[in-house]
Design a protein around this ligand. Structure first.
Ligand code: FAD
Ligand code: NAP
Length: 457
């Protein structure tokens, strides 16, 4: 006799949440997806009424169309290589309708609290005060919505006479018109915002505490992330090749006045920009070292130079946060969170995370693979390795990341796109064999009251 499957609460219907929802829907796993907004797409919905989107008016993706699309739902071929955010948001909407699971999403329902009872079963409380029971919680709440401001704040930030904002609040370049702007950071937000500023500001300064390799949007005539990258070839070999290729395209970055990167390509999250170097060479952006302090209307840099500034934009990244968990239960101090293959909590068989990774490449196909993997697991068709093996894997992964990447809060959940998919495929097959040996036992029993039965009002 077949056992009932566990019930699942899925938090978030961004591009990660919908990829998992589709897998659960197709594979017959009972779930409810809770979405704070009135529509799917999360970050890609400009002006999203959830207040969490970082999209600006002219945002285009920096991972190419063919890399970003889900494997069984291509983006329209009349989309450009790097579509606008509005096209990306429409694509996610179309995905949900194509696979027919919109009715499984509870829109405008924010999860306020998730608590696990001793021994299992989660109490999931929505913002309208209803608590529901689920056997499993899947977290897909995104990791680019909680701004990380400089820590500690720069001296004089509290008395600076100009405007200060985080990239998350940036909408369009009208805030720079006729003004002097300082943009801080060397990530993709800093590149885009400095370039946008450079068209309308009096002066744009790009301040950085560390150099970055600038990856052009095209290499060898193709979108750069579509270059062949075979995970069976040792990483060092692939790194050498791409490093040389990028060097040959952009040359010596110090010629542009930018700091020399203190690492090789692939040892930091890639900074992709087709325009930043041009705008510097057109004299419209002036590179600067890090900010030392703010002083009245002035910004002083580490080299002692000072500029009068009307606006400072901190493109200093994001925090990974889960406001619905008690901090003592689950949190990610300094963005650290240890998960098996970025999905499974090592100690809890019923709590998983989707899209909580930073690929060199796009997130969506990885979230899609995670969704299929989770469906296997919840149906007893995949079994995790024994706990000691799983923990050893997590430790090895953390160590490899620490060794490879520049030490920074932005490098705590890094993966290589092709390698991640390759390894996940291997792990799914190994886990399928373990599941067979265990007689396809369900890893999480169905014990929660049915989701439509409110536990407490
Ligand atoms: C400016 C910018 C540009 C980017 N460009 C790219 C790119 O080109 N390519 C790429 O691969 N990645 C890019 N990223 C990374 C980005 O994280 C992903 O593109 C994508 O948005 C991740 O999807 P997600 O579903 O994990 O998170 P999100 O898109 O953030 O979606 C999370 C969803 O969860 C919902 N939610 C959150 N909390 C709750 C709650 N408590 N209750 C109910 N619902 C909740 C939100 O409303 C939202 O809909 C970019 C990020 C930024 C900031
Ligand atoms: N067009 C696009 O598709 C697009 C546009 C924007 C963003 N994104 C994506 O959105 C995500 C977030 O990007 P992001 O650029 O906002 O953040 P990010 O990648 O985390 O970069 C933050 C930058 O700020 C610097 N920084 C942090 N704290 C600092 C401090 N106190 N003083 C000086 N510098 C500091 C970091 O330097 P260190 O390296 O030294 O830590 C880094 O250069 C990424 O996945 C990115 O690819 C994509």
């Amino acid at each position: 006799m077949s056992q009932p499957l566990p019930t699942v609460a899925l938090i978030g219907a961004g591009s990660s949440g919908i990829a998992v929802a589709k897998a659960l829907h197709e594979r017959g796993v009972p779930f409810d997806c809770f979405e704070a907004s009135d529509r799917v797409g999360g970050n890609w919905v400009f002006g999203n009424r959830n207040g969490m989107s970082a999209a600006y008016r002219d945002l285009h993706i920096n991972t190419s169309r063919d890399r970003m699309e889900y494997s069984d739902f291509p983006m329209p071929k009349d989309y450009p290589d790097y579509p606008h955010h509005s096209q990306i948001a429409s694509y996610f909407d179309a995905y949900v309708d194509h696979f027919g699971f919109r009715d499984r999403i509870r829109f405008e329902t924010k999860i306020e609290r998730v608590a696990r009872r001793d021994g299992g079963v989660y109490e999931v409380t929505t913002d309208d005060g209803v608590t529901l029971e689920y056997d499993v919680v899947l977290v897909a709440n995104g990791h680019h919505w909680d701004p990380r401001w400089p820590e500690p704040a720069f001296e004089g930030a509290d008395t600076f006479e100009g405007e200060q904002l985080h990239a998350h609040a940036y909408v369009d370049n009208s805030i720079f018109e006729g003004r002097n702007a300082v943009i801080l950071g060397m990530g993709n937000s800093a590149m885009d915002i400095a370039v946008e500023s450079s068209y309308v500001a009096n002066d744009t300064y790009l301040a950085a505490r560390r150099g970055a390799w600038i990856v052009p949007k095209y290499l060898l005539g193709r979108p750069s992330d579509q270059l062949k990258n075979d995970p069976r070839v040792p990483f060092k070999v692939r790194q050498w090749f791409i490093h040389k290729l990028i060097q040959s395209q952009v040359g010596d970055l110090t010629r542009y006045g930018l700091p020399k990167p203190d690492h090789k390509f692939g040892e930091a999250h890639p900074t992709v920009s087709g325009r930043i170097l041009d705008r510097i060479q057109h004299g419209r952006i002036t590179p600067k070292p890090n900010i030392r302090r703010l002083d009245g209307r002035f910004v002083e840099f580490e080299d002692g130079s000072r500029v009068e500034a009307d606006v400072v934009v901190y493109c200093t990244g994001y925090k990974i946060t889960f406001p619905f968990f008690d901090e003592g239960f689950i949190s990610a101090p300094d963005n650290h969170i240890e998960l098996f293959r970025r999905v499974f909590h090592p100690a809890l068989p019923d709590l998983m995370f989707i899209g909580l990774l930073q690929p060199l490449g796009a997130i969506m196909p990885l979230a899609e693979a995670q969704g299929q993997w989770l469906a296997d697991y919840l149906k007893g068709e995949y079994a995790l390795p024994p706990r000691a093996e799983l923990e050893a894997d997590v430790r090895a992964d953390q160590e490899a990341m620490r060794k490879r990447y520049v030490a920074s809060k932005r490098h705590t959940i890094q993966v290589d796109f092709d390698d991640y998919l390759f390894e996940l495929d291997k792990e799914r097959r190994a886990g399928a064999q373990r599941a067979r040996e265990r007689g396809f036992a369900l890893p999480v029993p169905a014990r929660a009251a049915r989701p439509d039965e409110a536990v407490a009002a």
